[in-house]
Design a binder for this molecule. Structure first.
Ligand code: FES
Ligand code: FES
Length: 153
């Protein structure tokens, strides 16, 4: 099936088998920052934003994304910026180790912070509760999120 969508702001048309997941569709186009872990909607590694909302791309079919705007970790930093503030503070606060979960977590948190621009630690932990990380213990992530909102503190 022929589908058209915006990928990180760039119009894109492509063919997708009816059963191709959005995650596979994205990765087949070279955007391999989006990772696929459980393929069952449980781990959050594949999270991207579809029309601004976090979505588990392993559970969404590519054909369901027809006509939408999809943002992946490759499109997270604003034009001209090398890193998004969250990417910078994740680095500074050692909030990742193997990095397999990181793209999904960043896309989840970016959407969360749009709705909750000054979150408490508890709200940050709640926002992270659907994304599994088996390396870090999450404390660095909580610090990184807080620091991204108050870079001078
Ligand atoms: S790979 Fe999609 S939720 Fe785990
Ligand atoms: S950094 Fe390894 S799974 Fe999260």
């Amino acid at each position: 099936m022929r589908i058209s969508l915006h990928l990180n702001g760039v119009p894109h048309a492509g063919d997708a088998e009816p059963r191709t997941s959005l995650a596979d569709f994205i990765r087949e186009r070279g955007l391999t920052g989006t990772k696929v872990g459980c393929e069952q909607g449980a781990c959050g590694a594949c999270t991207v934003q579809v029309d601004g909302e976090p979505v588990r791309a392993c559970l969404m079919l590519a054909v369901q994304a027809d006509g939408t705007s999809v943002r992946t970790v490759e499109g997270l930093a604003a034009g001209g910026e090398e890193l998004h503030p969250l990417q910078r503070t994740f680095h500074e606060e050692h909030a990742l180790q193997c990095g397999f979960c990181t793209a999904g977590i960043l896309m989840t948190l970016d959407a969360f912070l749009r709705d909750t621009p000054d979150p408490t630690g508890e709200q940050i932990r709640e926002a992270l509760s659907g994304n599994l990380c088996r390396c870090t213990g999450y404390e660095g992530m909580v610090r990184a999120v807080a620091k991204s909102r108050r870079p001078n503190v």
